[in-house]
Write a protein that binds this ligand. Sequence first.
Ligand SMILES: Cc1cc2nc3c(=O)[nH]c(=O)nc-3n(C[C@H](O)[C@H](O)[C@H](O)COP(=O)(O)OP(=O)(O)OC[C@H]3O[C@@H](n4cnc5c(N)ncnc54)[C@H](O)[C@@H]3O)c2cc1C
Ligand code: FES
Length: 270
Amino acid sequence: MSNPYQPFKAKILNISDETPNIRTFVLEPEQEVRFLAGQFVELTVPGFGEAPFTPSSSQFERDRIEITIMKVGRATTALFKLGAGDMVGIRGPYGNPYPLNKFEGKEIFIVGGGVGLAPLRALFLALAHEINKYKKIYLRYGARSPKDIVYKKLIPEWKKMKGVDLDLSVDVGDETWKGKVGVVTILLKEIPCDLKNSVAVVCGPPVMMKFVTRRLLEIGFPDDMIYLSMEKNMSCGLGQCGHCRLGPYFTCKDGPVLTWDQIKDIKDPF
Ligand SMILES: Cc1cc2nc3c(=O)[nH]c(=O)nc-3n(C[C@H](O)[C@H](O)[C@H](O)COP(=O)(O)OP(=O)(O)OC[C@H]3O[C@@H](n4cnc5c(N)ncnc54)[C@H](O)[C@@H]3O)c2cc1C
Ligand code: FES
């Protein structure tokens, strides 16, 4: 039987800078990784260990996979020293994806913060692939400053798409910034969705998830219509080690996508 912890090789085809500490890596795995938006993979940096990441590319693209990564510690610092042509390891996909079948016919209200837009990009691309199945896609995104905005080249294209309503804010502006200034919840003062027929999807730093969830509840989103990406500490990714426990859940298997209804009774879920 094959070893489920054994990664297979993936070649780095291209690396692009998104922000001073976030890059998108385009990988060509030697075996196809058939992920669905919201699922994650374990990426190995040879000699430095592995870490979980959610692909940011379209689930419909088969021969390559993009992952947008923020440099924070040991594995990511080592990864940022690699270049095109270098090899990494990959295993997965793991966890539960966004239940797109439950989103059909609805308005999808997506809220991202910082590098949290990466998994949401995979979701956005999956929705955009079959856009007629959904009533409307709202995307609200907050970054620390204009230079911390990821996908700067893609966002203007997304903005022009039919059926998409996109708005951005930065915590702190600069002389180049003509848009909104304030934490992402300023974009949630008014939520133009029909709450009887909408789902909300949130991914970002824990404090952002907490305040965005609070606002969504305040405005009347039902508990089971708020989908959250719970990126807890993970190790095996296979439901074996218990590192990723969140109340009764193993976020690697039961998540990372969980609804507020599932986690609302857990003490400090974020
Ligand atoms: C399911 C899942 C999906 C994820 N998807 C992505 C993704 O698409 N893109 C991405 O960039 N990251 C993602 N992450 C987070 C990513 O796994 C971590 O940033 C990574 O494990 C850090 O590894 P490291 O060895 O570089 O840092 P470590 O050496 O393990 O950590 C070094 C220090 O950085 C801190 N740290 C760790 N993670 C973060 C963080 N996310 N933000 C701020 N500080 C942190 C730690 O607390 C520690 O102090 C995901 C995590 C999970 C669980
Ligand atoms: S990461 Fe090991 S049980 Fe979830």
